[in-house]
Design a protein around this ligand. Structure first.
Ligand code: ADP
Length: 960
């Protein structure tokens, strides 16, 4: 009880009374204290109000009590608690100024009537509208006689009133009034505290609610979900029957109801709230809250939505704008079906919720924007990644086309390459990855069109800048057939620019009108730059790869060419390699002989055999070359002839194209020594083909190689034939020599016989000269016999019937040396011979070789002092190199070759001989697969060397 406050005043009055009747005063004080305690023990307003009523009755002792609370919004006093009254006895709300409660509250003073019949209350006989009677009627009906009313005032504000009622007239007791005033003061403070607490609670709830919403906002980026929650909170916090929210469409001015709670139907969902129409439209327009207690009939509003509102039974309605930095983002409103009005507190709550909704809408917008940007960045990144990870153009373009369509929000993206003034459709992809084979064919056929036929592309390429067509149906930039074929509405063409040059274009289209901002155009250009780079890189890579493949193909073709001289297998392999190197299905070779094409080879790249086709190919032989214009032209102009699309070409006859299913072909003439010797053709049934210079060059290089091979093979054929001819002739000659020698032998023997008879039987009768002549005849016939013998030996070589065998060279040499022993002794020749190996051959042949060489060595020693003859061998793998060396007269190198020919003698010294010996030796050595040569100079002695097999051919020691 602080004495320095207003509330102390009744106590002061009490103290004054205490002096008079100290004891009862002490009791009253104790009762007051008890009351103060009771009233401060609770912060719950209804409990408190009940306690006030109870304490008032206890303190003063009236039969009944009512506690009123003043509602500031309707300025009526509402009964909140009673004491001693029967259920239903409490009063209706009463206006300020009327009755005891109304006038105590209005006047802020105690109102007392000891007997209302004598001393009526203020406005006693005026109508009490809320009760439907006068105060007098009500008081009479209840049977009250004496009434005391005190105001509840806290900090200058009336918060209510307390009234006590007696059934009998009751004398006004100042002390009672003072007691009641004290109680009222306590009560007012307690009420204020309780209200503050309730406010605090309210605020705490609100804070909790807001934090909950905030949590929702941050945990959910689903705008629809957040807006629904906010709407539900609005309904809950405002205690309304219904609540709605309508975010504003950024592009349009209208807001659209996305959530309704508490409605009977979903009729409001999707309703567009136009500015100025209805309460929502008014808020959209004014950006101010709007409250009405009679929505359907409020003259301030336009009633565009009354039909719907009537169905739902709208009565009171409060709408607040959803604002963010002055921009209106939507409307939030609460509606009741009964005349329950919305209060200032409701409005505060709703405004707060609207604030949250604003954040949510903005977050969602930001999120959407971020997502879009993220999507773009991810798209760009992905594109960059694809560009870096792949060098193959096709998969790169496929991926890029799809991503580009996605990022730029078009349905489809096509890629065209632009080179040599030609537009090449290389890739088309839908953003969703779906395939459309029927469109693909149409797309590929664009290759046939001239660039001017597609102005949008032509324009973008010419200006090196993007071209946007928002309505292709009316734009001259997109031809009708293009619009129809691809069923498109809007088109964006972005040129692919590499180092200042346009290398192609991205063609984006969709079936909706396109809205393309600067940002998207920038993005498109960025992507296009990346794609141009990729195209460039991939092109380099492809060129590099083509070059490598070409080199490999050429290398293989060269290898094949040198591995065999047989034409057929050679052409077969070359044809296959050529088809592969040029990425064509088939390669054929025709030879050009005496004005006719001779089909010699046709091969598929994969090596498969098609007998039917082969027959058709062979039938070309019967064809007049002018019926195959491409070939005729290639042969005539000696230049390659290109067929890019066989169906649109005069170079191939229609039936021809059909028979072989040719779509693209290349015919290259085969030229050897300036003469066309045939044609090399590659063709393909898969589709038209653009022939690059590089490919034609490669085909020409291969053709040159083929021509060379064909020519080589021909030369080889010719040389083989010549060799066979020669062999035949040699054999004939041998036969001739053999028969002549043989036939000459008989008359020679007769001559020898006759000459011998003449000498033996008629020597005495013959003159001296005749005897000498006969001697000469005998000598010459002997020489002739030797000659014939040698010639016979020579011609017999090669038709030897005996089988070769292992022959000891040492034994042969020893035998031969024994035959020469007397001559060697006579001349004093030293014979040198080391270890000699076993060789493989016909013994008589080896004897003949060694006999001749050793014979010559001894014969041609001349007048050498310390004459010596040496025989030895050198190991040469599968062969033995054998040498016979002398230190005789030697041979001038000029004659080293000639001495091996028949009848060639040098006549340096007078010795017997036929000049056939070395010819026989050479023929034997060569027949056994070896060779013979001489190392010598005049007067320096001579060394004859020859090689001879160690073992049988194909045996373990033979040459592989
Ligand atoms: P001939 O019967 O004349 O010996 P060959 O064919 O054996 O016939 O030899 C041909 C010629 O080679 C001989 O006439 C001789 O002039 C020369 N000739 C052969 N062997 C020797 C040698 N060892 N030294 C010098 N000249 C030789």
């Amino acid at each position: 009880m602080s004495p320095d406050t207003d509330r102390a005043r009744p106590l002061t009055t009490g103290e004054h009374g205490f002096m008079e009747t100290g004891e009862s005063r002490a009791r009253e004080l104790a009762a007051l204290q008890e009351t103060a305690q009771a009233l401060t023990s609770t912060l719950h307003l209804p409990t408190l109000l009940e306690a006030i009523a109870e304490r008032a009755v206890k303190l003063i002792g009236a039969e009944r009590c009512a506690v009123f609370e003043l509602d500031p919004l309707d300025e009526r006093l509402h009964v909140r608690a009673t004491q001693g009254m029967l259920p239903g006895e409490a009063f209706a709300p009463i206006r300020l100024g009327q009755g005891a409660a109304g006038s105590a509250a209005l006047r802020r003073q105690v109102i007392f009537s000891s007997d209302v019949e004598v001393d009526p209350l203020p406005m006693y006989d005026e109508l009490w509208p809320e009760a439907g009677a006068t105060v007098r009627d009500v008081v009479r009906q209840r049977g009250y006689r004496a009434i005391l009313g005190v105001p509840l005032v806290s900090r200058e504000t009336v918060v209510g009133a307390v009234c006590l009622y007696w059934n009998q007239p009751h004398a006004y007791d100042e002390r009672e009034a003072q007691l009641l005033t004290s109680l009222a003061q306590f009560a007012a403070i307690a009420i204020e505290n309780a209200r503050l607490y309730a406010d605090m609670e309210e605020q705490r709830c609100e804070a909790e609610l807001l934090s909950e919403i905030t949590r929702d906002l941050s945990s959910s980026l689903d705008l629809a979900l957040v807006l629904r929650k906010i709407t539900e909170y609005a309904q809950e916090r405002c205690g309304s029957d219904m609540a709605f929210i309508a975010p504003r469409d950024q592009a349009r001015e209208a807001a659209t109801i996305v959530t309704s709670v508490g409605t009977r139907t979903d009729a409001f969902i999707g309703v567009s709230i136009l500015p100025g129409k209805g309460i929502g439209g008014r808020v959209l327009e004014t950006k101010q809250p709007f409250v009405t207690n009679d929505y359907l009939n409020d003259p301030r509003l336009r009633h565009d939505y009354n039909l719907l509102a009537e169905q739902e039974g709208f009565v009171t309605n409060m709408a607040v704008p959803i604002l963010r930095e002055g921009e209106i983002l939507g409307v939030l409103w609460v509606v009741n079906r009964s005349p329950r009005p919305f209060t200032a507190r409701h409005q505060a709550v709703l405004t707060k919720l609207a604030g949250q909704a604003a954040i949510a809408v903005q977050n969602a917008r930001l999120f959407e924007e971020t997502q879009r940007r993220l999507g773009e960045t991810a798209g760009l990144l992905k594109i960059a990644e694809i560009l870096n990870s792949q060098l193959e153009l096709e998969p790169v373009l496929k991926e890029i086309a799809r991503r580009t369509a996605q990022v730029l929000e078009f349905e489809r993206c096509s890629v065209f390459l632009w080179s040599d003034g030609r537009l090449q459709p290389v890739m088309a992809q839908f953003a969703d990855g779906r395939a459309a084979p029927e469109l693909w064919a149409a797309f590929r056929s664009i290759a046939q069109y001239r660039i001017e036929d597609i102005p949008a592309l032509a324009e973008a390429i010419r200006r090196a800048a993007p071209v946007l067509v928002s309505d292709a149906h009316v734009s001259p930039l997109v031809p009708d057939w293009w619009v129809e074929t691809f069923s498109l509405k809007s088109v964006l063409v972005v040129p692919l620019i590499r180092q200042g040059a346009v290398v192609g274009a991205l063609h984006l289209d969709k079936t909706d009108p396109a809205v393309v901002g600067d940002h998207q155009l920038d993005l498109a250009m960025t992507i296009a730059a990346q794609v141009a780079l990729a195209v460039d890189t991939a092109r380099h890579y492809a060129e590099e790869r083509t070059r490598t493949a070409e080199l490999a193909a050429l290398l293989e073709i060269t290898q094949v060419s040198t591995s065999t001289l047989e034409l057929k297998p050679l052409l077969k392999q070359i044809a296959q390699h050529t088809a592969r190197a040029l990425n064509m299905e088939r390669c054929s070779v025709n030879l050009w002989r005496e004005g006719h094409l001779v089909p010699v080879m046709s091969q598929y790249a994969d090596g498969h055999h098609d007998p039917a086709l082969w027959q058709k190919f062979k039938s070309m032989a019967a064809q007049h070359v002018e019926d195959v214009p491409a070939h005729a032209q290639a042969i005539r102009i000696k230049q390659p002839v290109l067929v890019e699309d066989a169906r649109n070409s005069d170079l191939l006859e229609r039936y021809w194209v059909d028979a072989f299913g040719i779509r693209a072909a290349l015919v290259v003439p085969l030229i050897a020594k300036d003469e066309v010797i045939g044609t090399l053709t590659v063709d393909d049934a898969r589709g038209p083909r653009h022939w690059s210079t590089a490919h034609v060059d490669l085909a020409m290089t291969i053709a040159a190689q083929v021509a060379l091979s064909v020519d080589n093979a021909r030369l080889y054929d010719e040389s083989q034939r010549a060799r066979a001819d020669l062999q035949g002739k040699n054999a004939e000659l041998d036969t001739f020599v053999y028969s002549v020698s043989h036939d000459l032998k008989a008359p020679l023997v007769t001559i020898q016989g006759m000459a011998g008879l003449l000498l033996n039987e008629y020597r005495s009768q013959l003159p001296k000269d005749a005897e000498r002549y006969l001697g000469r005849i005998q000598a010459n016939t002997e020489q002739m016999e030797r000659l014939i013998g040698d010639l016979l030996a020579l011609s017999r070589i090669g038709r030897e019937a005996r089988a070769p065998a292992a022959v000891s060279l040492g034994e042969v040499v020893d035998d031969v040396a024994a035959g020469l022993a007397s001559a060697m002794r006579e001349r004093g020749v030293r014979m040198i011979r080391g270890d000699l190996p076993t060789v493989w051959g016909i013994r008589t042949h080896i004897e003949q070789v060694m006999g001749n060489l050793l014979g010559n060595a001894v014969k041609y020693l001349g007048d050498a002092v310390e004459a010596s003859v040496e025989v030895g061998t050198v190991d040469r793998g599968t062969l033995v190199e054998c040498y016979v060396r002398d230190n005789g007269i030697g041979i001038d190198p000029a004659y080293h070759e000639r001495i091996f020919e028949v009848f060639q003698r040098l006549q340096e010294v007078e010795v017997d001989g036929t000049g056939v010996g070395l010819a026989i030796v050479r023929k034997i050595v060569q027949a056994s697969g070896g060779r013979i040569w001489v190392e010598s100079a005049k007067g320096q002695g001579a060394t004859f060397r020859f090689t001879w097999p160690k073992g049988p051919a194909n045996g373990p020691n033979s040459r592989s």
